[in-house]
Ligand binder design. Structure first.
Ligand SMILES: [Zn+2]
Length: 261
């Protein structure tokens, strides 16, 4: 190919990818293994399957779906509720890697604070306090959530495919052999398709509330039931717009974490 043809080709490619265009949504290798009915629109929240790249590992996928009834939360403590859905114990304390890059204008320290607080609310509920969240480091840029690798990652992504309508997603890998059933790796992603806020704001999801839910999975807990009476629980499988009650644990959340730690 001569130089002229190469230049014409490069010019055509540049026209297809204009500078500054929004990045396309990202999907994940594991996404193609999700059951076809695993979408928020179909009422799905939880699934698990062997990781084909690590066949001895089971990966659990939990999606937190959009608010189905904006403005409907009345009881913010879920007084008197109890539930317990247990994925499995966590193998070891671990350090999260935070990629705080976001399109919302949140500072790195604000995101760090929201994500760290979402972990400590669970640990503070136990006595003695558990030590699974062992701090964080910044620098996850370039790492990928939804892959079994060396990064226990939290990041913002524009989710694609079947995950496109999830507000947040948490992956948890369970080991085999001596680690059978134990969660040995986890990642979280926050979907930039939705508007997040650092507090209660109209038509936005409070980052710390959504993260408190995702971190609950990081402690081995599953979802609560989907009854409206459970809507105030942090591990209710739907996020709530313009609300921060998810930052604190409802009665059923407390019962579930305290039964295990
Ligand atoms: Zn969830």
């Amino acid at each position: 190919m001569n130089l002229k043809l190469i230049l014409v080709g490069l010019a055509a490619a540049a026209m297809l990818l204009p500078v500054g265009a929004a990045l396309p949504p990202v999907d994940f290798p594991l996404e193609h293994l999700l059951p076809t009915d695993f979408t928020c629109e179909q009422g799905a929240h939880t699934t698990s399957f062997p990781d084909p790249t690590h066949p001895d590992l089971i990966v659990n996928v939990h999606i937190q779906c959009p608010d189905p009834n904006p403005g409907m939360i009345l009881d913010t403590d879920c007084t008197g509720t109890s539930w317990s859905h247990w994925i499995g114990p966590i193998k070891a304390p671990w350090t999260y890697t935070y990629d705080t890059t976001n399109p919302f204008g949140f500072s790195q320290s604000a995101v760090n604070s929201a994500w760290s607080s979402s972990s400590t609310v669970w640990e503070a509920a136990t006595s003695p306090a558990t030590n699974i969240f062992d701090g964080f480091v910044n620098g996850g840029t370039g790492a990928n959530s939804g892959t079994y690798d060396s990064f226990v990652l939290a990041e913002f992504r524009l989710l694609g495919g079947q995950l496109r309508n999830a507000v947040g997603v948490q992956w948890a890998w369970q080991g085999s052999g001596a680690d059978a059933g134990k969660i040995i790796h986890t990642d979280a992603a926050y979907n930039t398709r939705y508007a997040f806020a650092l507090g209660a704001e109209a038509n936005k999801y409070d980052l710390q509330s959504v993260a408190s839910h995702e971190m609950g999975h990081g402690y081995g807990l599953g979802h609560s039931n989907t009854a409206a009476s459970s809507a105030c629980l942090t591990l209710y499988p739907y996020a709530t717009l313009n609300a921060i009650h998810g930052r604190t644990l409802g009665d059923g959340d407390l019962t579930s974490i305290q039964n295990r730690y």
